[in-house]
Each structure stands twice: as C-alpha cells, then as structure tokens.
Design a binder for this molecule. Structure first.
Ligand SMILES: Nc1nc2c(ncn2[C@@H]2O[C@H](COP(=O)(O)OP(=O)(O)OP(=O)(O)O)[C@@H](O)[C@H]2O)c(=O)[nH]1
Ligand SMILES: [Mg+2]
Length: 363
C-alpha cells in the first residue's frame, strides 16, 4: 500500500465541463506517471459521466442515488473501493452540478474524519462562459439557477473559466474582468479541456493548494432545497434498432435537438441535456448545456449502424412529467422518421429531494 491519495474535487454548475475536465486532467496526470481514479455523483443511477470516463480508460466509481453531501459514507466507500482496486495517487471527484455547500459538508468533514486516509486539494469550481452570460445578462432566468450558481462560486478556492476555445480573446478578457471585479479574491484559471489550453497551469496550482477559508458560513437550506427542486431530473436507457442502417451521428443529433426543442416548448430551461450513444462501431457523447446554445458532439461512428444503445440524462427547469413525455415523444419521432424499433428499458424521473447533509462543518 502506497501513500494516501489526494482528493481533487471538481465542482461547478450543470454542464460546466466537469467530466470533460476530469478526463483531460486524468490524461495529463497519466502522462506524468501519476495513478488516477475518478468518482462521479448523481441523484440516480445510469450516468452518462461514469460510462464516458470508464470508456476513456479511467477507473471510475459512482456514488448514485444521493449527492456526496447527503451520502458522505457512500463517498468514503467509493474512495475505499478505488484505493483497493487501483491505489490511486489522485482521485478526481465530481459533485452533482446542482449542489452547493460542498466545502462545509464534504471537504471539511473529509479533512477531519478521513485525515488518516486522504488529503484534499483546494476546491475548484468550474464556470461555463455561456452560463455566466445567461445568468448575468439574461432576463427570464430562473432564480434557482442564479442562487445555486452564486453559492457555488462563493465557496470556491479556485475558479476555472471553461471552454475558452469557444471565446474570442476579447470575450474572454471581458468575462474575466467582469468576474474578477465581482470576486476579487478568487484565483482564476481560463482553460479549454478540448484544446488543453490552461489545463497544465490549473493542475500545477491545484497540486500545491489546500482548502482555504471560503466555506459558506451560512446558507438557507429551505431556499437551497427549493432551488434544487425547481429542476426536473431524468435518466433513461433505450435501445434503438434500425432495419435499414442509419447515420448514427445524425440520429443522435436529431434526438438531442428534438429533446431541446420539446423542453423549450414546455417552457423549461436546460441545465444540461446529455446523451451517450454506443454502437459496435464507436460511441458519441452529445449535449446541450445552455438553452438556445449550440449542440456539442464528441466521438464518432465508423459507417452506418443498425443498433444504438442510448443513455439519456436531462436536468432542466421543467417538471419530471414533462421530461418523461419529452423523451417518449422524441423516441416516437425517431421510430416514425427512421423506422426504428424502440425499447425504452429504463426511465427514472424526479425532483431532487431536500438536501440533508450527513455532516456540516460551518465554524
Ligand atoms: N468547446 C468545448 N466544449 C466543452 C469543453 N469542455 C466540455 N465541453 C462540452 O460541454 C458539455 C458539458 O461537458 P461535461 O464535461 O459533460 O459537463 P459537466 O459539468 O460534467 O456536466 P454535468 O455532469 O451534467 O453537470 C459537453 O458537451 C462537452 O463536450 C471545452 O473545453 N470546450
Ligand atoms: Mg459531469
């Protein structure tokens, strides 16, 4: 048994780029000969993120059914499993994107109760430029999103502006100075996990950091519960079979676009809509993080395909019932337009229940 591992928490709002960053950081660390593992987290099982990271060759554990803060023991078990299986030097952990108060409920208890087993780096919170613009400038943005987003930044040791490959130099300068004027004491790193820009600088800084004193001294848990419960959550799995082979990338894109449009028709706002489509000839991860913004697609299939396994995760400010109907009507559309045989094998929809942390260290 080697040294005890370091925990590297990568937080931030839904769709900020946490899983993609964890993938990029893992690859950077592996190049340096550092053994890594990941822990994902969600309110329910069937996660695109876990499948994605495992598919990238990163040993990933999942804490599903409850967030890290409300299932601290689940997190410690996941750490134990990870240590037994791969003896990682660094464990990258991704809290649920709608969660906040992570420092008081997870990081500080971890530093105290698990001090013989793990050490913890300073807390990184990722901020997506389109979300920053939407929440700072948007008019009809749900208060719940603003509340959760602001609380997340308030407790960050390090803020990472993600996806900078989508910005011009001027846009980045503007967001950065806007950010720094509101939060003058936070260390900021602009990065792109897609191009690798800024990733090494962020990693080097974090590896020499420890959690500071920016934990939330107080937070209204009633308001926090109401904010989280404004979001509907859906996880689903389906198999699509096509008698006449199809272009899998086009079908995947069509499904995501249709879900996005249907959520909008129902008056909802997307937190993160993500879909993993796996076939024998490859896999695609496609998603939309901010209503009205473009579709992101990673991965590819080689040639037409006759079967697709889909994992769909939607988090949106709309009711769970609306999300179920959205998925049903989208799959019916694909059935009709592409002659698909559809087997929807798993659907779970809900609103997150009120957060009830196992521990809370607020002084
Ligand atoms: N252009 C660009 N897109 C990115 C980058 N990082 C992530 N994305 C895209 O942003 C979307 C969300 O990324 P994820 O890594 O899944 O975000 P997340 O924060 O883990 O999302 P949740 O787990 O749902 O909260 C995906 O479609 C990614 O491909 C980046 O550096 N550049
Ligand atoms: Mg993720």
């Amino acid at each position: 048994m080697g040294q005890t591992p370091w925990l590297f928490f990568v937080g931030g709002f839904l769709g900020a780029g946490k899983t993609t960053a964890i993938n990029g950081l893992s690859k950077l660390l592996a190049q340096k000969g550092t053994k890594v593992a990941a822990i994902t987290n969600d309110q329910a099982a069937g996660l695109v993120d876990t499948f994605f990271l495992s598919g990238e060759g990163i040993p990933a554990e999942e804490v599903a059914g409850s967030c890290f803060c409300c299932n601290f023991d689940g997190l410690t078990e996941a750490i134990d499993h990870s240590v037994q299986k791969v003896e990682p030097e660094i464990i990258l952990a991704e809290p649920v994107g709608s969660c906040t108060d992570i420092v008081a409920t997870v990081i500080r208890p971890m530093q105290h109760l698990m001090r013989d087993k793990v050490s913890v780096f300073g807390y990184s919170v990722l901020v997506e430029p389109d979300r920053w613009k939407e929440l700072r400038q948007g008019e009809d943005v749900p208060w719940s999103m603003k509340f959760l987003f602001d609380k997340q930044i308030e407790e960050a040791d390090i803020v990472v502006i993600t996806k900078i490959d989508t910005l011009t130099h001027e846009e980045l300068t503007k967001i950065r100075s806007d950010f720094e004027s509101r939060y003058p004491h936070v260390k900021v790193f602009p990065v792109s996990a897609r191009t690798g820009s800024g990733m090494e600088e962020w990693l080097n800084f974090v590896q020499n950091s420890v959690p500071g004193d920016r934990w939330l001294k107080e937070i209204d848990y009633q308001k926090y519960a109401e904010a989280e419960a404004e979001m509907g959550w859906l996880n689903a799995q389906a198999t699509l079979k096509f008698p006449i082979p199809v272009d899998g990338k086009a079908v995947t894109g069509k499904i995501v676009e249709e879900i996005r449009n249907e959520v909008a028709r129902r008056g909802g706002r997307v937190g993160h809509l993500k879909l993993l489509a796996v076939a024998r000839t490859g896999s695609i991860k496609a998603g939309i993080t901010v209503s009205g913004e473009h579709l992101e697609v990673d991965g590819t299939f080689t040639g037409p395909l006759s079967e697709l396994q889909l994992t769909v995760n939607i988090r949106a400010a709309v009711s769970p019932g609306d999300l179920s109907e959205t998925v049903n009507s989208t799959l019916t559309l694909i059935k009709n337009s592409d002659n698909a045989e559809v087997d929807l094998s798993y659907v779970n929809t809900f609103r997150p229940s009120p957060p009830n942390p196992t521990h809370r260290y607020s002084t």
